[in-house]
Design a protein around this ligand. Sequence first.
Ligand code: MLC
Ligand code: AMP
Length: 468
Amino acid sequence: MRVAKALLAGRADLHEERVAFLLPPGIPWIATLWGIWQAGGIAVPLALGSARPELEHYIGDAGASAIIFDAATEAMAEPIASAQNIATLTYKEIQNGALIELPDVAIERRAMILYTSGTTNRPKGVVATHANIAAQISTLVEAWEWQADDRTLLCLPLHHVHGIINVVSCALWSGATCEMMTRFDANVVWERIASGVLTVFMAVPTIYLRLISAWEAAPALRQLELSHAAAKLRLMVSGSAALPVSTLERWKEISGHILLERYGMTEIGMALSNPLHGKRVPGSVGIPLPGVQVRLCGQDGEPVAEGIPGEIEVRGPSVFSEYWGKPEATREAFHEGWFRTGDTAVAENSVYRILGRTSIDILKTGGHKVSALEIEEVLLQHPGIAECAVVGVADEEWGQRVAAAVVLRAGAALSLDSLRAWARELLAGHELPSRLLVLEALPRNAMGKVMKPAVTNLFSETTIQMRS
Ligand code: MLC
Ligand code: AMP
């Protein structure tokens, strides 16, 4: 409440002013989010790992009136704020606002903007109202039976719905406890599991693979302790990317848990979930969550029958309201009032199985959504690169890896390490290519369009530059 009062600084209501914040996970992060909401603002949580041009885009696109940071993030946030002429506030300054009346914020008002990559242009701001967020939280609280005596551990970043809604907000809504790590560390997560106090844990498949590796590296006696402690949690969930059945099976051997896999998206929160009680089908994402309507549509836009693949469309109170400042993109994202996810699935015995994305240019790596086109745009700024094509190559650890095929300018040479070093200022760590192929020419069709599937195949057929 003190944060809200400091943000209001004597005004009655922020009237949906956008307030961006770059803070590590912890109480200040939560106090800031709630403070912005209580003051009537729209919260724009920023990604800690972003490169400067990415942050500039989020802050500029949202038209933020202020940016909040702390000592750890000041060096990144402050220069952007001064370049864009935006007010800066440190968390220290806003935690002690003076007492005044808080505004009444209607639930239909806009509450949060999360940036997400798409197939065109720069990342779009996904706007959720308070009502959307309440629906996204309450469906999970109901389906997964969150209780006040639950205790969870956040090891995910706080600029995506997975961390913000599924972990932190569900815990707060239920009066449960949420421990927060500033960043993921497999050994620390195992220590917290071993402490015996956690009841619920949620992560992306890459994190479960890291936990499996850490368990395998532990001495036999410690492995027994860890497995015994893990078995005591009441719920372990995987999502944000496809969970390989091999990972599900190995995790079951280690922890005794059949991971509950669910499916969601920034624009909709969670839509499909395997059951808390009852049979979880490996390789599937279950059935619609309470209050969420899901259908599959064919290329003709008509709903398809069971067993026929179609695009997932979602409707209900948890679906976002708009892309910030992009009415056209918002209109295109809906079909007869249903949100078009761009994911293809099939329903078998009413249980949904994800088959992939309709666009080859959207990658999922380590649970992060990444646009191949955005990365290509950056790589084309490299003085040695004449042409490039970015694709996702299948990878056990990351789900997909960012792979770049390039054609160099005459006389230029390029190594993967030098490309990564050059791109580090412009892209987040998970967006940096970790596979590089230098070609004489990109495979193109008769129209001159790069054939991405052929590029993807080249990465398995050719000697490439790679890093672990
Ligand atoms: C990082 N690295 C990668 C990489 N990510 N290499 C290849 N592919 C990737 N995807 C490299 C970095 O460049 C760096 O290399 C080194 O690994 C360490 O980087 P890091 O950033 O410190 O990585 P790490 O902490 O190990 O991160 C792994 C992770 C993280 C799995 C913990 O990616 C993560 O938190 N993922 C979760 C994302 C998430 O919350 N998604 C939810 C979206 S919401 P170098 O050279 O610098 O050493 C959504 C909806 C839904 O999807 O359904 O939930
Ligand atoms: P984001 O836009 O970052 O919220 O990512 C949402 C995307 O993650 C979805 O559109 C899916 O492609 C993917 N996704 C989320 N959960 C799953 C899952 N369980 N299996 C496969 N893909 C998933």
